[in-house]
Design a protein around this ligand. Structure first.
Ligand SMILES: [Zn+2]
Length: 575
């Protein structure tokens, strides 16, 4: 998701100070075979789904859990999502196109070996009771028949309401996401990860294989996760066979008005752009190439960029949804193909692993590819949000604080880490992290471990402070003197202070009269230090952290001018 900062209180009950920690996902082996028919007269999908599940939890299971997300959108339902909409003051008119419209999933049956299984649904979670315990290593095949009543998105949706709707249709274009029963991740510590669908928290899924057959009107064009194997028209219908391997979700778009542009990219990647008028191919191919070069090759053989009429910019494995069409939106969503898509994470517990990384990547693209100034970095927009980056997404009191902490501060933390360990080491870190966790779910602890290994530095102190606390730092330069030495050189002494409990090394520069610069790096571990510079020219001004490498909010006291120089210059100019 791409978000701009704006104030929408979602009025959650309280904010706990305990930071969130993601446990690691146990690698259950899952394969989905889904056959789905889109009925554009009734705006429903009827589908059968076969789930082949091999238990790799290390324990015997007596039940399976599935996400049934469309239940969140059921009008008037007592779901977490509906409660959040109410608290955020988002009326139904901004979500549903008409008072009669509704959206939900109806599970018609769950069977195994021809026997019906008992199931129950609570909010967006379905529990299926197994007839026989499933031992570790055993495989079970389930059949689920379901109906998905699609939401017709309100044309009035804007701001938060746009972000609140991710699946549905408008103007004959269908955006079908979060639409089928999906096995819940089983975590090492917590067991089933039973997070209900939330306004802010995004997703978490096991990497799995999908064979999907979609039946749509013959004049529809489809964009989807994975690779389209075949398309066959039968009368008024079109059957589209799709395969996707090692992805943690499957999403698709369909409609009669799409213009399809296909481009071959390096590394045998095919770019499919489905447009309703936006020009997206040039930016998309450039972004995919850039991220492939910087982080490692795109993880799949097809990447799809689709303009949508429902919701805002949004990422799904192998496909991104584009609403407005700005370069920033396209680049951000495509960056998620690395951070979210190929390297997955628990987006409720550790949203920064996808949103901060995508924001950082977007800024890196701006600076390195579009020659944006370094002020394009989030570091320049940093304001301490007062709630740690590593807070559960549904515990943020507002969309604004979520964006400030997870996107802006989170990206700023990555830029700061780049300063702490050096840009070349940081580049190696991202490549190594990507290579090691491609097709897997990663945790913050995994990233820290790779960062420490690649940099050969102990970095817990850094991540503890900047991700798990709201501690701040304020540097200042209260005193500075200079004198000319007998050899004609100049010696400048600066006293630097660090206030606040946060720690970071910082760059201190001295601007000289001849236009040159000398600089040093202070480790910032103590509260004060005296720094000595030698230079061939007299100092004009000293400045702490001129490049905003450190997340520091109060910068008015970061510079110190040398009045002696001003006086001297006045005399010279007067002469
Ligand atoms: Zn995003």
């Amino acid at each position: 998701m791409r978000t701009r900062i704006f104030a929408v209180g979602i009025g959650l009950i309280c904010v706990v100070s305990v930071f969130s920690v993601a446990s690691f996902a146990l690698p259950n082996e899952i394969a989905y075979t889904i056959s789905a028919q889109l009925d554009t007269a009734k705006n429903i999908i009827t589908a059968t789904e076969t789930v082949r599940f091999t238990n790799r939890t290390g324990t015997t299971l007596t039940e399976l859990y599935f996400h049934v997300v469309p239940n969140a959108f059921k009008r008037g339902a007592d779901t977490k999502y509906q409660q959040e909409l109410q608290r955020a003051g988002i009326p139904p008119a901004l979500i549903y196109a008409s008072p009669n419209d509704d959206a939900f999933i109806e599970i018609k049956s769950v069977t195994a070996n021809g026997q019906a299984l008992a199931f129950s649904i609570d909010d967006t979670l379905m529990r299926v009771a197994l007839q026989e315990p499933l031992a570790d290593g055993q495989t079970l095949e389930l059949q689920i028949e379901f109906l998905n009543d699609l939401l017709e998105a309100s044309p009035q949706a804007q701001w938060a309401a746009t972000l609140a709707v991710r699946s549905g249709f408008r103007n004959s274009t269908y955006t079908v996401t979060l639409w089928y029963p999906k096995v819940v991740v089983y975590d090492a510590d917590e067991g089933w990860n039973l997070d209900k669908y939330s306004f802010l928290g995004e997703f978490y899924g096991d990497f799995a294989d999908y064979d999907v057959t979609l039946t749509v009107p013959a004049n529809f064009t489809i964009g989807c996760t994975g690779t389209i194997l075949s398309e066959r028209v039968e009368g008024t219908q079109k059957l589209v066979k799709i395969q996707a391997e090692r992805v943690h979700d499957f999403a698709w778009v369909a409609g009669p008005f799409y213009r399809l542009e296909e481009t071959e990219l390096p590394h045998n990647i095919r770019l499919r752009v489905l447009s309703l008028g936006l020009s997206m191919t040039t930016v998309s191919s450039d972004a995919v190439n850039f991220f492939s070069e910087r982080f490692g090759p795109y993880a799949y053989s097809v990447v799809t960029v689709a303009q949508v009429t429902v919701g805002g910019g949004m990422e799904y494995p192998g496909i991104v949804m584009i609403a407005g069409g700005s370069t920033a939106e396209i680049v951000h969503e495509l960056a998620h193909q690395w951070w979210y898509g190929a390297v997955g994470n628990d987006e409720m517990d550790e949203a920064w692993l996808d949103e901060a990384f995508a924001t950082f990547s977007e800024e890196l693209y701006d600076i390195e590819r579009l020659n944006a100034p370094s002020s394009a970095r989030s570091s320049y927009r940093f304001r301490e949000p007062g709630i740690p980056v590593l807070t559960r997404a549904d515990r943020f009191p507002s969309l604004r604080s979520y964006a400030q902490a997870v996107y802006t501060k989170g990206s700023g933390v990555l830029w700061m880490l780049r300063w702490v360990i050096g840009p070349e080491t940081f580049d190696r870190l991202l490549r190594e992290y990507y290579a090691r966790f491609v097709y897997k779910n990663a945790t913050t602890q995994d990233f820290i471990a790779v960062a420490e290994e690649v940099s050969a530095q102990e970095l817990d102190w850094f991540f503890d402070i900047w991700l798990r606390t709201t501690k701040t730092v304020d540097f200042s330069l209260p005193v500075g003197t200079w004198r000319q030495l007998e050899d004609g050189q100049f010696e400048t002494r600066l006293t630097i202070l660090r206030q606040g409990e946060a720690l970071a090394p910082v760059k201190v520069v001295l601007y000289l009269r001849d236009g040159s610069i000398v600089e040093t790096r202070w480790d910032g571990q103590q509260t004060t230090a005296e720094l000595t510079f030698k230079s061939a020219s007299a100092p004009v001004q000293a400045e702490i952290d001129p490049d905003h490498d450190v997340l520091e909010e109060h910068r008015a006291n970061n510079t110190l001018s040398f009045p002696a120089f001003v006086l001297q210059r006045a005399i010279c100019d007067g002469g």
